[in-house]
Write a protein that binds this ligand. Structure first.
Ligand code: HEM
Length: 365
């Protein structure tokens, strides 16, 4: 018996004819053919295709996190989709080298035909940023205009709508804030962690005070440094101080979400925290790869156009370089490393808690 649907060939399925008819060089159209314009168009189009795939994955991950309770199976799916995004991002970073085989002189053969088009108007790229959680108030602006004033009216409406939706950052924050096991009858993680930190700082002070080689002024300087680090930790133990720093932009995660992230990082070896740990790692990878892409792209722009302004009207490579640092989304997860303590100093979990954190079969064994 045949299949209940008609057969289809490769080109009909992939619509290759339509796809391959979409690379139209403006340099040909205006009678000054430039060989490298084809590479320029194809590179941008493949980026846009991969952006579409990233958005597909992101939307599915957002729908998983946009639930009051996340099923373990869905969580595993979300993590693997985020990991897929990171693999795509690696390709996107690599693709820069392909375009860099075009020299700045080659680019000048057709650059004028592009004006005022710019990657700045890539709607899908902005969507990715918004859905991940880049906030419009933290974006760099130029010409005092919002980033979405450079796209079409329809795209602008979509972007503004996406700003109003909960981003992955928001949803992960909410999910982290709900993390159980932070305080149970047997185990108050926060108290235990705070005591351990106090102990570590006291040992550090003793080491400096009793140091056989350091001179008095060096000891004083070291002790001051210890107190400065201790001050950073104090913000972690004092919610109102933390909120102050958060308002000042030093942290973005909510207080309970930060605590939960720390717990997950510290006890990542416990089976129940393994998947959440993979999730936090994937978010860090996405942030790092986005930053890497921004930096590579800014270098490429620098070698292509030097100090000229961009076709979109920005300061060019300098704007792109500044955005590299300014447009980070998950930096809090990186900053958490400040508060990690060695495994050897990690407070042992009470047996009952360990049992709760284990897989069911091992807990029952
Ligand atoms: C010859 C190669 C390229 C040059 C010289 C270049 C240059 C620039 C410049 C100067 C900007 C800043 C906005 C402006 O004033 O126009 C920009 C923004 C941008 N470009 Fe490119 N670009 C190149 C290739 C690409 C490619 C292949 C992509 C892939 C999609 C891309 C995506 C973007 C994006 C997404 C932005 C916005 C970045 C942001 O605002 O954070 N560019 N580009």
């Amino acid at each position: 018996m045949g299949k209940p649907y008609p057969p289809i060939g490769y080109s009909a399925y992939l619509k290759t004819e339509e796809l391959l008819s979409l690379q139209n060089k403006r340099s040909d159209e205006f009678g000054s053919p430039a060989h490298d314009e084809m590479l320029f168009i194809i590179t941008h189009q493949t980026y846009e295709l991969w952006f579409k795939q990233i958005l597909t994955e992101l939307d599915s991950v957002l729908s998983v996190f946009d639930q009051p309770k996340i099923d373990e199976v869905d969580m595993a799916k979300a993590v693997s989709r985020l990991q897929r995004i990171t693999e795509i991002q690696k390709l996107l970073v690599q693709q820069v080298s392909v375009l860099e085989t075009m020299t700045s002189l080659d680019f000048l053969d057709f650059r004028d035909f592009l004006y005022p088009a710019s990657g700045f108007q890539s709607m899908q790229n902005r969507m990715i940023e918004n859905k991940l959680g880049l906030r419009s108030e933290t974006r760099l602006t130029y010409n005092s205009a919002p980033y979405h004033s450079y796209v079409t009216q329809t795209e602008q409406e979509k972007l503004i709508a996406s700003e109003k939706q909960a981003s992955l950052f928001d949803l992960v924050d909410r999910w982290l804030a709900r993390t159980p096991f932070l305080r149970t009858a047997e185990f108050d993680f926060w108290q235990v962690y705070q005591n351990t930190i106090a102990q570590i700082f006291e040992e550090d002070r003793q080491t400096v005070r009793n140091h056989p080689v350091l001179k008095a002024d060096e000891k004083e300087r070291n002790l001051k440094e210890i107190e400065a680090t201790n001050e950073t930790f104090r913000a972690l133990f004092d919610e109102s101080k933390y909120e102050e720093l958060r308002q000042a932009g030093q942290f973005r995660l909510s207080y309970p979400a930060l605590h939960a992230s720390l717990l997950i990082q510290l006890y990542r070896d416990q089976p129940v925290f393994n998947l959440p740990f993979q999730l936090l790692t994937a978010l860090q990878d996405i942030d790092e790869l986005m930053t890497t892409w921004r930096y590579r792209h800014s270098l490429m722009a620098h070698r292509m156009i030097g100090r000229k302004i961009g076709t979109g009207g920005s300061s060019g490579a300098q704007y792109l370089k500044n955005a590299t640092d300014k447009h980070r989304i998950f930096s809090d997860l990186f900053n958490l490393a400040t508060f990690l303590i060695p495994r050897s100093r990690l407070p042992a979990l009470p047996a009952k808690v360990r049992e709760k954190l284990g897989f069911y079969y091992s807990a029952g064994a």
